[in-house]
Design a protein around this ligand. Sequence first.
Ligand SMILES: [Zn+2]
Length: 106
Amino acid sequence: MSRFEVHQCQCAHCQQETSHPDQELHRQMNLLLSRLDEQQRRWYVAVEANRIGAGGDRLLAQITGLDEKTIQRGRQELAGELAQRPEQRVRLPGGGRPRAEKKTRS
Ligand SMILES: [Zn+2]
């Protein structure tokens, strides 16, 4: 599976023929997730699962394709203030400041 492949939501609302507001939301969630790294994914999904409350883990597993255990791990890490996780900023090559244009003196 390619890193930037977007997961197709498997929830009931996205499986139905008629359109549902959740379909666009879930598509965007998965689009966002496709650009996050592994730990960011489980934290974001854990936050969404917490928002739903009961049954949230199972629903988010359907939506995102993440394992329920992974979501639970994300929740535990958030509960621990992410203290065990290194603070690393991933910067893509060329993602920095644009180079200042060289001005030619007249
Ligand atoms: Zn869905």
